[in-house]
Design a protein. Sequence first.
Length: 219
Amino acid sequence: MGRGKIAIRRIENQTTRQVTFSKRRAGLLKKTHELSVLCDAQIGLIIFSSTGKLCQYCTEGLRMEQLIERYQKMSGTRIPEHDSREQLFGELAMLRNETRRLQSNMRRYTGEDTSSIPFEELDEVEQELERSVIKVRDRKNELLHQQLENLRRKIQEHRVALEYQHAAMEAKPVEPQQVLDQFPFCGEPSSVLQLSTISHQIDPYHLQLAQPCLQGSSV
């Protein structure tokens, strides 16, 4: 049973298309080589795949350039040759003209070369410079405002930290041992006279002498 005919159209599946290309390329190169050897034909074959890969075949003993040159002579067509030096000189001249134009414009804005500028263009340059000055001043004021805001924020943060530290110091309780260290005696006082001699030392703590209870005692 014979093989069915294959429709000649683009294969949509990329994998299948690549496999088919590899197989048929090998078959084409084989047939080209057989034709060149069997029939003594001069053949030049150039193939570019869909991915841009080059594959070529040239009859043994010849170069592809020789076959292309022979084809051009026989067909009367010539591939135009571009001189890279002419292209380079053209690009260089274009860059020089652009540089001169930019330098001329810079001199106009710096006031170095205004003798050849007509009045209308001078008025236009003046307006452009004024607009530029306004933009520069706006940007400068914006930066100054940002710096002032940052400075105010730092001052406020520093002030809050100081207030918090001061409040913490005021709220710190006095230790009992710190109070006892102010007295010149150890332990409890032995007499009212001893307390009276140190009353000026314990005045900051608002201590008062207790009045003796005379009720129930005989005079």
